[in-house]
Design a protein around this ligand. Sequence first.
Ligand SMILES: NC(=O)c1ccc[n+]([C@@H]2O[C@H](COP(=O)([O-])OP(=O)(O)OC[C@H]3O[C@@H](n4cnc5c(N)ncnc54)[C@H](OP(=O)(O)O)[C@@H]3O)[C@@H](O)[C@H]2O)c1
Length: 368
Amino acid sequence: MKLRYKIATGFLVLAVVSLSALGIVLSHNSACGPAPVISGDATLMKAIVYRCYGSPDVLQLEEIEKPTPVDNEVLVKVKAAAVNPLDWHYMRGSPYIMRLLGAGLGSPADPRMGVDFAGTVEAVGRDVTQFKPGDEVFGGRSGAFAEYVIIPDDRALVLKPANLSFEQAAAVPIAAITALQALRDKGQIKPGHKVLINGASGGVGTFAVQIAKSYGAEVTGVCSARNADMVRSIGADHVIDYKIENYTENGLHYDLIIDMVGNHSLSKNRQVLTPDGKLVMVGGATGNWLGPLIRPIKALMYSPFVEQEFLMLLANMRQQDLKVLSELMKTGAITPVIDRSYPLSEVAAAIRYSEEGHARGKIIIKLE
Ligand SMILES: NC(=O)c1ccc[n+]([C@@H]2O[C@H](COP(=O)([O-])OP(=O)(O)OC[C@H]3O[C@@H](n4cnc5c(N)ncnc54)[C@H](OP(=O)(O)O)[C@@H]3O)[C@@H](O)[C@H]2O)c1
């Protein structure tokens, strides 16, 4: 064999071995570790923790050390939290790329679960000026499935509008910020736009319908028949039952499609977009490996050849956007839709229900 073929073969073998090793490392699930020893004089709180990746069975209700706020931090006594698909992606460590991006190789880097919460400020660090003990607040921070959560005062934390219950406020952060950023930032929504929301009855969809209406859009919600009345009641002008009608085949056109489901190809979506229409891809990606990346990669390759835009969204938890949403809720322009509530001890059941993919609005964790 000539030298250059030997070198090429060597590189190929190295590449295959490296990729296989990366695959093994990324997909490896370590056994569940023991709870750390807590010093006898520590103040404790109840929290949901997980020390290995897996099904909801890995979730445990434990007593862990209650955090103390320093300098710019706010300690919130959690009254309600909300479940998002993000929670079970972290619980399963899937897609695996999340593990490389900070979720933790082999086992979770952070054993705490949950993000969305609402509650009462219990204590603040000495530099905090925006919040004081007793304030009713809501926001997003990892570790929300617990009696207390701690968060820097300039992060995703705002005062709760008085017309909202703690359960309603907890429903807001991830889902409503996602809907707002999909419609406003990616979709550039305008009054009079024809907007289609695919997955209109879910957590993100129920906010997307209402926010799109608040922008003066004509909204079509895609959901199943059992949710049609609810989606109409929150403002959708038209409802399509996905079980009997395919929105990509009914001859209607849209300026903007917000897609939480990802069940129709890019080219099918393009056929129902106006010439300068946009598709914002929010969710629906499945699979542990390349599944979640395939649509964005296809969109990158497809975009240069068509007029329409295909945009991927990764929601960003911004305090400023929570303030925008608070204003919309104060005026009644949006009202969170709540499906059902579970106590903290039943987070595993709540996550199991979320994983079924048929939530009607938001799933809430209610604390005492
Ligand atoms: N990109 C981001 O930053 C970001 C942020 C948040 C969420 N997400 C993703 O967005 C997706 C939606 O999140 P979510 O919180 O809204 O989830 P969710 O609350 O679990 O939504 C479930 C809803 O999807 C509906 N649905 C299922 N199949 C459908 C279909 N074929 N056509 C239309 N609707 C269908 C269900 O309605 P039926 O019961 O009637 O079937 C249900 O109401 C998830 O994949 C999530 O991971 C992405």
